[in-house]
Design a protein around this ligand. Structure first.
Ligand code: 13P
Length: 252
């Protein structure tokens, strides 16, 4: 059975002190409870990575960056490479978030390059995909997500694809307070598992975690995570409040 994963995406929030306090609260909960069934990942700003890696018990909590450069190193002022992220002790990188696609013009091809750099640096990518409201209204959501997945991760071989966590995040559900219904999310997760099975094998598709993201809160997490193909969540707003994030972890 796949283990459930609860990953926080802090986005561009918290200064270092506040971020550390948040990580300390979650760490305290993770260390003092033996009945936690979810894997916990904190997706923090670059500036916080090293500090938070050294704040949390890494046997209980993993740390993720939220992006990396599409090049390995060199004259790219202001960029942060996958190798640099690895050197902080972080183990995951969120790649291809819709906010990066939308505001920073990340294409599926750029995302594929970043995925390769994660693999090369032995970092686990949390690969994000999801359709816009217009695409859903035009019933193009399966087609859109399939294209994102095909170009973003399906070039990987059968060993490396197993390093990937997929996060389905419909753009219309992010930060809106309107989550996909458990049925809508399950339908897409099932589809993602089906195309993964067709591309690789059922055994591989059964191993890959597919998280749901988009307005997950303590009161809707239970119904969402009960769905057979939903393996946990990528949590934005609610991951910035320790109590809410812990409540979501407890749902698992
Ligand atoms: P919200 O949980 O704030 O909707 O954000 C979801 C998200 O974008 C996680 O990556």
């Amino acid at each position: 059975m796949r283990k459930k994963i609860i990953a926080g995406n802090w986005k561009m929030n918290t200064c270092l002190k506040k971020g550390q306090e948040l990580a300390e609260k979650i760490n305290l909960y993770a260390k003092s409870n033996t009945n936690i069934y979810a894997g916990i990942i904190l997706g923090v700003p670059f500036t916080h990575l090293y500090k938070i890696v050294n704040t949390v018990d890494l046997t209980k909590i993993s740390v993720a960056a939220q992006n990396c450069a599409s090049e390995e190193s060199g004259a790219y002022t202001g960029e942060v490479s996958a190798g640099m992220i690895k050197s902080t002790g972080a183990n995951y990188i969120i790649i291809g978030h819709s906010e990066r696609r939308q505001f920073f013009s990340e294409t599926d091809e750029i995302i594929a390059k970043k995925i390769n750099l994660c693999i090369k640096n032995e970092l686990f990518p949390i690969f994000c995909c999801g359709e816009s409201l217009q695409e859903r209204n035009e019933s193009k959501h399966f087609e859109v997500v399939e294209k994102q997945i095909n170009t973003g991760i399906f070039h990987l071989d059968k060993f490396n694809i197993e390093q990937v966590i997929i996060a389905y995040e419909p753009v219309w559900a992010i930060g809106t307070g309107v989550n996909a219904s458990p049925g809508q999310a399950q339908e897409m997760h099932e589809y993602i598992r089906k195309i993964t099975s067709e591309k690789y094998s059922k055994a591989i598709a059964d191993k890959i975690p597919v998280l749901y993201g988009g307005s997950v809160k303590p009161d809707n997490a239970g119904e969402l995570f009960k769905q057979p193909d939903i393996d946990g969540g990528l949590i934005g707003g609610a991951s910035l409040k320790a109590d809410d994030f812990i409540e979501i972890i407890k749902v698992v």
